[in-house]
Design a protein around this ligand. Structure first.
Ligand code: ROI
Length: 164
């Protein structure tokens, strides 16, 4: 088995009771093979990035300690998305019941056809950075970008904390 690595996962939902979707996803992450859920952020409401004619999102971040390799973890995240009713209809930036993004995997950088780490949207998305700061703290390394607390947080999507 691989040495466990701390991995951060971004959660987002804007369909079918988003708060329940995100809570259910935390529970599913906690059950993953070779994995412990070691941190979870607050839930945050955010206005949509992309087409505005869709419901607001609920966003959060989970921190895992995992022995799964990056692509195995990606498979596991996509299986949870499928279980929670995600339909990929090809619409770019359309609404979704559950989106799980692999944001960070230890200090690994990776540029594979299926997976780029750190997640390419991480630096420009307040709905990722704000919950990520809650779980990882400002000293957390972001490969290629210094420390998390050094990244400017754009105030773009009206973030509101909806629970602790
Ligand atoms: N917008 C917000 N606010 N939160 C998300 O999680 C989110 N996810 C997406 C797109 C459609 C880009 N917009 C989003 O995938």
């Amino acid at each position: 088995m691989r040495a466990p690595v701390a991995a951060c996962i971004g959660l987002g939902s804007n369909l079918a009771d988003p708060v329940a979707q995100v809570r259910q996803a935390f529970a599913a992450l906690a059950r993953l093979l070779d994995t412990r859920l070691i941190g979870r952020s607050s839930l945050w409401r955010s206005t949509p990035m992309g087409p505005a004619d869709q419901p607001d999102y609920v966003n959060a971040v989970a921190m895992l300690e995992t022995g799964l390799a990056p692509l195995d973890l990606l498979d596991a995240l996509q299986a949870i998305e499928q279980e929670q009713g995600r339909v990929r209809d090809g619409t770019r930036w359309g609404p979704r019941t559950l989106d799980l993004d692999l944001l960070l995997y230890g200090e690994t950088t990776m540029n594979d056809a299926r997976l780029t780490i750190p997640h390419p949207g991480l630096c420009e998305r307040d709905f990722v950075l704000v919950p990520l700061l809650e779980v990882a703290g400002p000293e957390w390394p972001v490969p290629g970008h210094g420390r998390l607390g050094e990244l400017p947080v754009p105030a773009a999507h009206g973030l509101e904390r909806i629970d602790a």
